[in-house]
Design a protein around this ligand. Structure first.
Ligand SMILES: NC(=O)c1ccc[n+]([C@@H]2O[C@H](COP(=O)([O-])OP(=O)(O)OC[C@H]3O[C@@H](n4cnc5c(N)ncnc54)[C@H](OP(=O)(O)O)[C@@H]3O)[C@@H](O)[C@H]2O)c1
Length: 411
């Protein structure tokens, strides 16, 4: 018996999957009890030279693939939404398991594909859509057997993390760091998806579906990129013992999902503090185990191929889907984000007015303060002073985080 696979797309991911199926043929046969064979590859440009075995069908027409006498799994590693979605729909209707690396497509059409797959008794693998080689989907699936997941947070976009790291370590401007990311192949010619947070947003919606069985309304999710982070802000944060990270968060508040994708400050004690360059990391908070942190390569040929191959094993073994909605466990009122007291870095105001709900924690010379207050209060301040910028600090800020450059506390 052989498992016949078609790979749609032969770019970074598609080629990585093809090569890994060849290089790990023995391991796959040992685990599955069957040989895995690539039967066909779909490409767009038939003029490009490819390193593909002559027995494999190479085509620009998906209908050729659907006509194969045996086809068990379709792996999709194309860009854009519509052609891939339509291809996968047809693959499911033909009775194939599907695996995708395409987060934009899966964030938009994942629900429809999962429903269709259920109807046709086939499986959907999408590990590679979130955090590349980090097995976050499998970890969540496994955890959800008994644990209730309460919150998931992640650095999900390697490009923006690379830019923030370069800006801090080499005192570069945003533009210089972006150019370097493009020269190194970490950012597209049009970097909008990465630096404006769309890529991380799509991944967050996919995580929400797996962790909580549903998504928030997309238009209600706060999505902010990293383009407003200046060298001055990075420097002020460093003086306060903090680092900017672009963090996606999703959690249950009562029975509502709250999600955001935005720059957040983290201190030395936070696992995200040390996640640098193109690395990704995910924190999962659940009721029995507490916090789990996964860190690793969020993109690249072989890390992403690793996620696809793990999915290939998963769909072949046809593990039943464990998606379910976690029951609300905490008092909704306690968690209304506007009422919750948190730490913030605010920038652009020398003197802070007295407010009974505001505690000043630290001050850096550049007019950057760390305060603890409610979101409503921060919004009031920003309303009164339009030049004020503010960013949340993850966890509780303690003064010993700051280095000697900090003007002593004494409020
Ligand atoms: N790169 C990563 O590290 C990474 C990590 C995780 C997820 N992903 C996701 O994986 C997907 C693929 O990424 P990639 O980096 O491998 O992209 P890529 O290097 O640009 O390759 C895209 C491939 O898709 C083919 N293609 C594009 N449009 C097509 C169409 N309409 N019909 C048939 N083939 C088509 C291209 O064909 P030609 O070769 O003929 O041009 C190319 O082989 C994307 O959705 C991406 O978001 C990528």
């Amino acid at each position: 018996m052989t498992v016949k696979v078609a790979i749609l797309g032969f770019g970074t991911v598609g080629e990585g999957v093809y090569q890994t199926i060849q290089s790990h043929a023995e391991e796959l046969t040992a685990v599955l009890g069957k040989k895995v064979e690539v039967a066909a590859v779909l490409i767009k440009n038939d003029q490009k030279k490819r390193n593909i075995d002559p027995d494999v069908l190479i085509t620009t027409d998906f209908a050729d693939i659907l006509r194969l006498p045996q086809l068990d799994i379709v792996v999709e590693a194309i860009v854009d939404k519509e052609p891939p979605f339509l291809f996968l729909k047809q693959a499911i209707q033909r009775g194939c398991h599907i695996i995708t690396a395409n987060k934009e497509m899966f964030a938009h059409y994942g629900k429809e594909l999962l429903t269709l797959a259920d109807e046709h008794h086939v499986s959907v693998g999408f590990e590679a859509t979130v955090a590349g080689g980090i097995p976050v989907i499998q970890t969540l699936r496994q955890l959800l057997n008994i644990n209730n997941v309460q919150q998931v947070q992640g650095i999900l976009n390697g490009t923006s993390n690379f830019i923030l790291t370069e800006m801090r370590e080499k005192q570069q401007s945003f533009e210089q760091a972006l150019k370097l990311a493009q020269e190194n192949g970490f950012a597209e010619a049009d970097p909008t998806n990465d630096i404006e947070g769309f890529d991380a947003f799509y991944k967050t919606m996919i995580l929400s579906r797996i962790a909580f069985g549903k998504e928030p309304h997309w238009h209600e999710v706060e999505r902010e990129g990293i383009t407003a982070i200046t060298s001055e802000l990075i420097e002020a944060a460093v003086k306060l013992g903090l680092r900017f990270k672009h963090i996606a968060s999703i959690g249950l508040v009562g029975n509502q999902i709250e999600a955001s994708v935005k720059p957040i400050l983290v201190g030395k004690e936070d696992p995200f503090y040390h996640v640098e360059g193109v690395q990704n990391a995910v924190n999962v908070y659940s009721d029995i185990v507490g916090r789990i942190t996964l860190q690793g390569p969020g993109a690249g040929m072989y890390p992403t191929a690793s996620a696809v191959i793990e999915d290939l094993v998963y769909v072949c073994q046809n593990a039943p889907s464990k998606r379910r909605i976690t029951s609300p466990s905490q008092e909704e009122s306690e968690h209304k984000s506007g009422r919750q007291s948190k730490c913030w870095l605010i920038y652009g105001q020398k003197d802070l007015p007295y407010h009974p709900l505001l505690t000043k924690l630290a001050y850096a010379a550049e007019g950057a303060w760390i305060i603890r207050t409610h979101k409503d209060v921060i919004e009031e301040l920003a309303e009164a002073n339009k030049s004020l910028i503010y960013f949340p600090v993850l966890g509780d800020y303690t003064a010993d985080l700051a280095d000697k450059a900090l003007i002593p506390l004494g409020f």
